[in-house]
Design a protein around this ligand. Structure first.
Ligand code: ATP
Ligand code: MG
Length: 740
């Protein structure tokens, strides 16, 4: 056991070996929070204080959960099988499957990911003839999820105006629809589990008695409902002699980046107060990053107010300066990144130790293109994830119908894909009838007469055949069979650009095989007809391709900054450091939004162990528009001595012709940061003295912030974010803008 604790500093040691009480570990990035949490689990078990079954650990991603299990198996001579370690969603899924009847769900209920949920909401609006301009589906989705995250069912939502009342009605109808289809969205997973635990005393007592230690990583990003869920599980009950569990939470208020999804740093304060946490431990030594990187992170986050206050230090040397590159355009930026990546690999770096991070998914395309052209293997986390690709969704829809025929989202997706002559009219008739009978689309088919009834009945027969023929097949063969018999394979074979899609479909079989191999360790789920299929489908919804980057060859990792949370890499490239992009234009207006962007920047910078590369482009193609942005204010917040600025050796005036004309300066010949910072683009005079980032007011739209500028003379225009009034391009010569 002493081995377990050998590599810990004094504070970490103290945290790992705390007596069984509630504790909060509040510490900055890279200070060993996750390591402490994992080691504590190992320590509790190996010192005989807790059985593996008595541990519940919540991580932020499935990848993190897997890593934790792998580390635990390395530290302990025990099987980690059956340990409750996972994400909130994963754990809730497990609980609901085990108690589906108590939770009012069929055993094979399906999970809607957020794209499925949006599709379901659109279908709902159509069914009820709701004007989707008045009730935009995305907003309604956000509204419903926000209510669920606040723990509110439709009856409990307070509605003071007609608009909200209508939204609440739609929320109610949405619930009915989901229940009828036996589907559960992400927020529902949590709320349903919470309600189950709250209302069902035997189930609650069972888990309260079972879990002695509850450990939560990335606690700063838990939302209210998750916090209440934890509170419920950790609570004891004097009457029945159930002692409460010990809650051990680790987090960093400076890395709270999910405010938009309802996460609340306030949970940390509430936790301290409500649980009378006697042990608050701070870790200040950073083991991850070289000094320059850490100093930059500290300097950036210092600009935020209301922090709980921490100061990170490291024993490691300053290391390399942070390289900052100013590119003419986004392609030049990507090319520079690729060249630096190649250099690192030549110097012996593993590609998987290199990460390319960006603020928005849309930025990955240019980077991917450059990597692809240079023949560098790469993998994208997030974005169009494997399980979100169209062909995979189609295949999954067939599988879902086999598991649960009442899943209308799946039904609507493939009833006429590949085309089998079922027109919009037939579908409308079916939907109409489904409303009348209050049954699922599938169950309504027999009620339909005439030609639509005949064609649809054929589809139903196809699904029934699939279900019968696959009942005894191992999962990968089942998937293979469905790909053929559904006609999906033939469809994509006939498609001109279908090759990649066919490869992806084969990959789905591989994913199924992989899933079987992994879950065999956890054999409980096997056996019952199609039960493993339901588990696989849940895995597909929950994991959404996270694991794809784990396997196969050594590849450069691409992901958004959000997805990089908790991870670390030897070298990190952070591109697109431009006003409007990072900080994001939607966040510039309010101070709170800006602070969240800064925390995101802090997360990005602190992912790097040895090298950090920052870059921005004078012009960028995004969403089909060329934008001219100024470099991000976050760059200005990094003290100059920590950086080395690299500019392509071209006169600035040639920017317009500079695309593709960039060449890499010989290594070692990088210029230092120029004495004068690069001129804003376009030059100041074009914007009549106004600058990007400046607050201005407009007679009609009110106050806004300039987020981009372009053109000159009579054509000079600025783009302004007016908050509620939207984002507008205005001609300077025409619009009367007042600085304020
Ligand atoms: P984040 O806030 O980014 O999630 P964290 O606080 O969870 O970071 P860890 O990921 O646990 O930090 O640790 C960062 C790195 O430092 C890891 O590589 C970890 O193995 C290493 N580390 C932590 N503590 C020590 C230690 N006492 N000695 C050596 N290395 C350590
Ligand atoms: Mg961590």
């Amino acid at each position: 056991m002493s081995d377990l604790l050998a590599n810990l500093n004094t504070e970490q040691h103290q945290a790992v070996t705390l007596p069984p009480q509630h504790a909060l570990i509040l510490a900055g990035a890279g200070s060993g929070k996750t390591r402490v949490l994992t080691t504590r689990i190992a320590w509790l078990i190996s010192s005989g204080q807790c059985d593996p079954a008595g541990i519940l650990a919540v991580t932020f991603t499935n990848k993190a959960a897997k890593e934790m299990l792998a580390r635990l198996s390395a530290m302990l001579p025990i099987s980690t099988r059956g340990m409750w370690i996972g994400t909130f969603h994963g754990l809730c899924n497990r609980l609901l499957r085990a108690h589906h009847r108590d939770a009012g769900l069929p055993q094979l209920f399906q999970i809607l990911d957020s794209a499925d949920q949006l599709a379901a909401i659109k279908r709902l609006l159509k069914t009820f003839n709701v004007d989707d301009e008045k009730f935009p589906p995305r907003e309604l989705q956000h509204f419903i999820n926000a209510q669920k995250e606040a723990g509110l069912r439709p009856d409990a939502v307070e509605a003071w105006d007609d608009y909200t009342r209508r939204r609440v009605e739609l929320y109610r109808e949405y619930e009915t629809q989901c229940q009828r289809e036996s589907v559960v969205d992400f927020a529902e997973l949590l709320l349903r589990t919470y309600e189950l635990l709250e209302r069902n005393e035997p189930v609650r007592r069972h888990y309260q008695r079972r879990f002695r230690h509850i450990l939560v990583d990335e606690f700063q990003d838990t939302n209210r409902l998750q916090y209440r869920w934890l509170k419920l599980l950790a609570a004891g009950d004097a009457a029945s002699g159930t002692p409460g569990a010990c809650l051990f939470c680790v987090g960093d208020d400076d890395q709270s980046i999910y405010r938009f999804r309802g996460a609340e740093v306030g949970n940390m304060r509430d936790f301290e107060r409500e649980f009378q946490v006697a042990n608050v431990i701070r870790l200040e030594q950073n083991y991850r990053s070289h000094g320059n990187i850490l100093d930059a992170a500290n300097a950036i986050i210092r600009h935020n107010s209301g922090r709980l206050g921490k100061n990170l230090w490291t024993e490691q040397g300053a290391g390399e300066p942070i390289r900052v590159f100013e590119a003419f355009g986004d392609s030049d930026e990507a090319r520079w990144i690729v060249e630096e990546v190649q250099q690192l690999v030549r110097e012996g770096a593993l590609r998987s130790d290199i990460a390319l991070l960006y603020r928005s998914n849309a930025q990955s395309r240019v980077l991917e293109h450059a990597l692809f052209s240079a023949g560098i293997p790469y993998r994208v986390y997030g974005g169009l994830r494997f399980f979100e690709r169209q062909e995979i969704k189609h295949a999954l829809a067939y599988l879902r119908l086999i598991a649960n025929a009442d899943d209308d989202t799946a039904f609507a997706r493939v009833v006429n894909f590949p085309t089998r002559g079922i027109g919009a009219r037939s579908l409308e008739a079916l939907q109409e009838a489904a409303r009348t009978y209050n049954t699922s689309l599938y169950a309504t088919v027999p009620h339909l007469a005439g030609k639509p009834g005949t064609v649809l009945a054929q589809f139903v027969r196809l699904i029934e055949d699939l279900r019968r023929d696959t009942a005894r097949l191992p999962l990968p063969e089942l998937v293979d069979h469905v790909l053929d018999s559904s006609g999906l394979r033939a469809h994509y074979k006939a498609e001109k650009e279908g090759r990649e899609r066919l490869e992806n479909l084969d990959e789905l079989i591989a994913a199924a095989a992989n899933f079987v191999a992994e879950s065999q360790a956890d054999a409980g789920a096997l056996g019952a007809d199609h039960a493993l299929l339901a588990d696989f489908l849940a895995h597909a919804s929950l994991e959404a391709g996270e694991h794809q980057a784990d396997q196969g060859m050594d590849a450069v990792q691409l992901m958004t900054v959000h997805a990089a949370k908790g991870l670390e890499f030897d070298a990190v490239f952070l591109s697109g450091l431009e006003e409007g992009l990072f900080p994001h234009e939607n966040a510039i207006l309010e101070a709170e939004g800006l602070e969240e962007e800064r925390r995101l920047m802090y997360v990005a910078v602190t992912r790097a162990r040895q090298r950090l590369y920052l870059s921005f482009a004078q012009s960028r193609m995004l969403h089909g528009q060329t934008r001219y942005n100024l470099r991000s204010r976050f760059l200005e917040e990094i003290p100059e001595p920590l950086t080395r600025w690299i500019t392509p050796p071209k006169p600035r005036g040639s920017a317009a012709t500079g695309f593709g004309g960039y060449y890499e300066p010989p290594r070692g010949a990088f210029s230092s940061r120029p004495a004068a910072p690069p001129a804003p683009v376009p030059p100041r005079k074009n914007t009549g003295g106004l600058q990007v980032g400046q607050l201005v007011s407009h007679a009609r739209f009110g106050k806004g912030v300039i987020i981009a500028a372009e053109g000159s003379g009579a054509d000079a225009r600025v783009q302004i974010n007016f908050g509620d009034a939207g984002i507008k391009w205005l001609l300077l010569g025409v619009a009367k803008l007042e600085p304020c």
